[in-house]
Design a protein around this ligand. Sequence first.
Ligand code: Z5A
Length: 213
Amino acid sequence: MTMRRGRFITLEGGEGAGKSTLLSGLAGHFAGRGIDLVQTREPGGTAIGEAVRAIVLDPSRAAMAAETELLLMFAARAQLVREVIEPALAAGRWVLCDRFADASHAYQGGGRGQPAERIAELERWACAGLKPERTLLLDLPVADGRARAAGRGEADRIEAEADGFFERVRAVYRQRAAAEPQRFRVIDASLPPDGVLQAAIAAVADLFAEPGR
Ligand code: Z5A
């Protein structure tokens, strides 16, 4: 019997939107449905990726060029795809990833102004054609997300950006969601955590509908 490939779901959104909170709630839901789930995150998820994460988020590395930041995000992603995501999907496991390539379009494209076609080219190469089947975008006004994230101690290098940066990030996320309605589901992240979880469960329900799932 041939192995049924797993499904690839990503969570996206601005700072403090509630992705980590939702990830653990969704993982519980998948477990209850008997799904063998791999949870991971970007940048990170592998030893190499976590080392890259430490570099890109280090607030003392203010000299980092936007091009360097973009390439580092894709370096971590190339490793995660090959070491974790593709093997898991091939083994029939589902993968739930906290951020993926849409984050590079939003942050390095929208936030830093890197050209969209260059990011798309990197995505095709680094991800070897892999795209999420479903992306849940937790949408929240920038000020609300920043208020939630405040009080966590020192801001990392990206969190230290001004509000305008995060407004551009949000705008690109919303444009991408509007351009790919089959893949994206936009969730109102201002709902209480259980409301966000219920909306997310509804937004992935069709993925279980395939016969045999
Ligand atoms: N980045 C990039 O630039 N390019 C890329 O390609 C990739 C990433 C992949 C990763 O940092 C940074 O890297 C990120 C983008 C950039 N930078 N920024 N900014 P991270 O993973 O450490 O940070 P984050 O992704 O921004 O996540 P976060 O700020 O930790 O937020 P979150 O995971 O979305 O939220 P949370 O931790 O679940 O919740 C935040 C707080 O709100 C917490 O106190 C919760 O209890 C509370 N919360 C959560 N949900 C709710 C609801 N529904 N209501 C009320 N309060 C809530």
